[in-house]
Design a protein around this ligand. Structure first.
Ligand SMILES: [Zn+2]
Length: 240
């Protein structure tokens, strides 16, 4: 399923359900629901979240900076010849790594920097850094599409909520939105394997990604979600 559909469906249904159940919809809750709707696909090289965290233009800029650093190291006289050439080539050649590798490397470096300076912006920096590490090391559609990941993400947000004394809305928003992403993926041809190493797979084959019928089903789900959101947040008689 496409990132856009996940974003609309998971976020929309989560916030509507929470509102119907009487939870206050705060800005942090909206943000957490939105990020959680895209989070499971963070291991996909082209996921919306990864592209937002490290856009193509920034990647190009970093590539140019690496080549620049290589040239600088050659002339700076930090190492004796021929080691200056070796050092320059080593640093410069990193920028010629294939796109996905390079992206992962940069994400790891940003994560390291976040860890180093995380204390100042506790706890969100730690969470962002963990997400980047996960994004750069977990295999394609592996761990993130399991019930362990739902439980882990929910628990992480729960403890953050405790620390921030922000009530239940954060971890409920994040957990439900994440779980809805997995539910939506289990409707696809590809399905999910919720409890590895158990081979048990949920796959309803309601839509195959990329096919005409698949995107039609996706659009229907998105329209239903929008209808729900309009009902809950605009048309529903307010009780206050
Ligand atoms: Zn997914």
């Amino acid at each position: 399923m496409m990132g856009k559909s996940h974003f609309v469906i998971s976020t929309g249904v989560t916030l509507s359900a929470m509102s119907l159940l009487g939870y206050e919809i705060t800005i942090p809750a909206i943000a957490v629901a939105a990020v959680s709707s895209l989070l499971p696909d963070i291991d996909e090289p082209n996921s919306l979240l990864v592209r937002t965290a490290l856009p193509e233009s920034l990647l190009r800029l970093l590539q140019v900076a690496l080549i620049g650093a290589g040239i600088y190291l050659y002339f700076a006289g930090i190492a004796e010849p021929p080691w200056n050439i070796a050092l320059a080539l080593l640093v410069g050649s990193v920028s010629f790594l294939p796109g996905r590798r390079l992206r992962h490397l940069f994400m790891l470096l940003i994560a390291l920097a976040l860890f180093a300076f995380a204390e100042a912006y506790d706890p969100w920096n730690y969470i962002a850094a963990c997400m980047l590490v996960v994004a750069s090391v977990v295999p394609h559609r592996g761990l993130t599409h399991t019930l362990y990941a739902v439980a882990g993400w929910g628990a992480l947000l729960y403890f953050v909520s405790l620390e921030m004394e922000s009530g239940d809305s954060l971890w409920i928003a994040g957990g439900v939105s994440y779980a809805l992403h997995l539910l939506a993926d289990s409707l696809t041809q590809r399905g999910i394997t919720p409890l590895p190493p158990l081979p048990f797979k949920i796959r309803m084959k309601l839509m195959s990604t990329g096919s005409k019928k698949g995107s039609a089903v996706e659009n229907v789900f998105m329209l239903l979600t929008l209808a729900l959101v309009v009902y809950v947040f605009i048309l529903r008689p307010q009780t206050m």
